[in-house]
Design a protein around this ligand. Structure first.
Ligand code: ADP
Ligand code: SF4
Length: 692
């Protein structure tokens, strides 16, 4: 296949100061949970992006001094020469595939508590640090500012030595220290670094000038700036000081990377913001500068990308999440393989990797984060190792991914699904408020499977154990999903809750299948992810008086890791939903729900004709048990492997189901398959015997 000439513009080289990007695809900085702790995994992951056609591949934020330490979150580090080899590895991997390597050196200022280094945080003003640590940042004096400039300059020089082509000055989000100086509410200085905008922008200007002076002969110097903080005049706005800063420094950096702030706005999920919503805020930038401009918007459509370039909005299509979901997105456009693009669904499971300090994971792309330790490549997979055919039972995320990956290996694959519709839980959940983009999990896989000649799909085919053993496939994998419990048992309740056997008790399965309460409803969230929140939203939208009860500190508690918790709480409140936190539903009688407050230990009653209980799920593993039993009785000697994957193994996230399906297919007929994998261990440990 060849590229559609309409997309030629996306593949034009673009000059950035002294360097040239081979096309307009720019992987902007993104966190990944690896940071300084796993340089090989990081380098391999970034290298795959370059191989996939991203002309610029950027690090995550890279801290430049011990007074900038945001542990426990693992970011990059460039404190000293010792850090150069680890970062050089990434630059080398990116160069190997012909792309430019960019580094986002930065100082956190008051946005980090320096938990690990125990240095006193620094900032423009005496203020508590952004995290809730009981720690204040110290107002920097002139010597501190001079020192900061030197650290930044030294880090730029080290970046060049590590092989980077583009060096950032970071004032994006409310993280980089220049942003703290810029924002009026955070800077109460009366010297030349406070007061007027010119003064507040002085540090940013100096850092750019220093970097240009230090490395500008061979490296481009980029600025990442949040041009709107989405808080009106209380913060920086794109029609106010955001615009003025760009105007003041328009030609100073070699590239402007512009976004909105804070991170929870910049990387909002598809539930809250649609593709390209940032456009209105950043559109003005190109009218003020002749330098190339990069911006993000979770763009996956090449037509949209072309319109952004032709419309004079951007010069580079910036991407973090679309490059995670499909590291080969540019190559697929270049090769005219648009249907192969695996589009990001905007769920932010990737973001949870940063907050949970674990290696990067993605719902759509199961190879993400596994490039180095398991050797998984997003586009390559080993050929089949036997002539055994494969039977996959269940076409949810786990079954679809298992079928697709086994088929890509060349196995003859049979996929049986009880329903007439493929997709399992995503087919249903994508109909819930705001989750429509999640259907991409199904659609991409079905789109890939459909033309494959070694795949047969059987819809409307509920298989029994006899069907499975009688089918004749050598490898059988069961991906039969899970069912929500009705009895209230979960984290909070160890025993069935009184009254939960009432006919007006609903589970998420009921709601997903279209059965709704018909009066005031209480939603009990002991699951803590998105489900109870979207169900409450659906109930309120249907006009039901809705109350939300959770033992957690906030609604949909886990979503603080997906940057959604505040968006969710705001939406529930806007919809008039009453929120009760640190409380549990302890009884129900069809007219009232009994709610017990965790702190007062008092119980009270809330009028509720219906109750939706969102607590835990049963794995649908009966088929597995029956097939195993038949096999034990010698019913199917041709079956060489029987496995269950995804929710029928243990209910979890859609990301975990996809990952399980992928892993099963990778490990098929592999006698070496093992839960162990290479780890990046600290360099040879030694003991410093200072005690005598
Ligand atoms: P997962 O997230 O693990 O992929 P899902 O619940 O999304 O799980 O999907 C499970 C799928 O398996 C559903 O589409 C369901 O209809 C299907 N299924 C369950 N039992 C059978 C069976 N016995 N035969 C065929 N399909 C089944
Ligand atoms: Fe997109 Fe979700 Fe993957 Fe992140 S985890 S890249 S949001 S699909």
């Amino acid at each position: 296949m060849t590229r559609d000439p309409r997309y030629d513009i996306l593949f034009e080289p673009v000059r950035i100061g002294p360097v040239t990007a081979r096309n307009r695809f720019f992987q902007v900085a993104h966190c990944n949970g690896f940071g300084w702790t796993a340089p090989q995994a990081l380098a391999e992951m970034r290298g795959v992006k370059a191989e996939g056609g991203w002309a610029v591949v950027t690090t995550e934020e890279v801290e430049i001094h011990p007074s900038s330490d945001c542990e426990p979150y693992h970011e990059g580090r460039l404190y000293s020469d010792e850090d150069i080899p680890a970062l050089a590895l990434m630059a080398e991997a990116v160069h190997f595939h012909g792309s430019l390597a960019a580094i986002e050196i930065m100082h956190h200022g008051p946005s980090a508590a320096n938990r690990q280094t125990r240095e006193v945080p620094l900032g423009p003003s005496h203020r508590p640090v952004t995290l809730n640590d009981p720690v204040q940042a110290r107002r920097m004096d002139k010597d501190d500012i001079k020192a900061l400039r030197k650290w930044h300059r030294d880090a730029a020089i080290r970046s060049k030595r590590a092989g980077f082509d583009i060096v950032y000055v970071y004032a994006g989000h409310e993280l980089g220290i220049p942003m703290h100086f810029l924002a009026r509410r955070l800077n109460d200085r009366t010297d030349e670094y406070g007061g007027s905008l010119e003064n507040r922008a002085r540090l940013l200007r100096e850092l750019v000038e220093d970097a240009k002076d230090a490395v500008g002969d061979t490296c481009a110097v980029a600025v990442r700036l949040a041009v709107d903080e989405l808080m009106g005049d209380y913060g920086i706005t794109s029609d106010g000081e955001g615009r003025d800063v760009i105007a003041m420094m328009a030609e100073l950096p070699d590239l402007w990377d512009v976004n909105v702030s804070s991170w929870y706005n910049d990387s909002a999920t598809s539930r809250f913001k649609k593709e390209g919503y940032q456009e209105d805020y950043i559109r003005f930038v190109k009218s003020l500068t002749s330098k190339p401009v990069v911006g993000v918007g979770r763009y996956t459509s090449p037509d949209k990308m072309v319109s952004l370039i032709k419309g004079g909005v951007l010069d580079f299509i910036g991407a973090a999440r679309p490059s995670i979901a499909d590291p080969f997105l540019p190559r697929k456009i270049e090769e005219g393989r648009l249907d192969d693009i695996r589009e990001c669904i905007g769920c932010n499971m990737c973001v949870t990797s940063d907050f949970t300090m674990t290696n990067l994971r993605c719902t759509q792309n199961p190879t993400m984060g596994e490039e180095w330790r398991r050797g998984w490549h997003p586009e390559r997979i080993a050929a089949k190792a036997s002539e055994n055919s494969v039977l996959v039972v269940g076409a949810g995320p786990a079954g679809l991914e298992a079928a697709l990956s086994a088929a890509r290996r060349g196995y003859e694959v049979h996929l049986a699904e009880a329903s007439t519709e493929l997709g399992g839980r995503v087919a249903l959940e994508a109909k819930l408020p705001g989750l429509n983009e999640w259907i991409r999990v199904r659609d991409w896989r079905v789109g890939q499977l459909t033309p494959m000649t070694n795949v047969t799909i059987y819809r409307d085919s509920l298989l029994s154990a006899d069907d499975v053993t009688g089918f004749g496939a050598g490898h059988v994998v069961l991906a039969t999903g899970s069912t929500w419990r009705r009895d209230g048992v979960g984290r909070e309740h160890g025993f069935a809750v009184r009254g939960f056997d009432h006919p007006n008790v609903f589970t998420p399965n009921d709601i997903l299948e279209g059965r709704m309460p018909d009066g005031p409803v209480v939603v009990f969230d002991d699951d803590h992810y998105y489900m109870a929140g979207v169900i409450a939203e659906k109930c309120a939208a249907a006009g039901l008086a809705t109350t939300y009860v959770t033992p957690a500190l906030q609604p949909s508690d886990f979503t603080s890791n997906t940057l959604e918790a505040t968006h969710i709480a705001k939406r529930l409140v806007k919809l008039g939903i009453k929120l009760f936190t640190r409380a549990a539903v302890t009884g129900f009688d069809g007219a009232e729900a009994e709610v017990t407050d965790h702190l007062s230990e008092q119980s009270y009653r809330i009028a509720a004709k219906g109750l939706v209980t969102v607590t835990a799920r049963w794995p649908n593993d009966a088929l597995h048990e029956s097939v195993k039993e038949l096999m034990a009785r010698g019913a199917a000697p041709h079956i060489v492997s029987l496995k269950r994957i995804g929710d029928c193994h243990a209910p979890s996230t859609i990301q975990a189901a996809v990952a399980a399906g992928h892993r099963w297919a990778r490990e098929l007929d592999d006698p070496q398959a093992s839960p162990y994998f290479p780890r990046e261990l600290p360099k040879a440990p030694s003991l410093k015997r200072f005690w005598g």
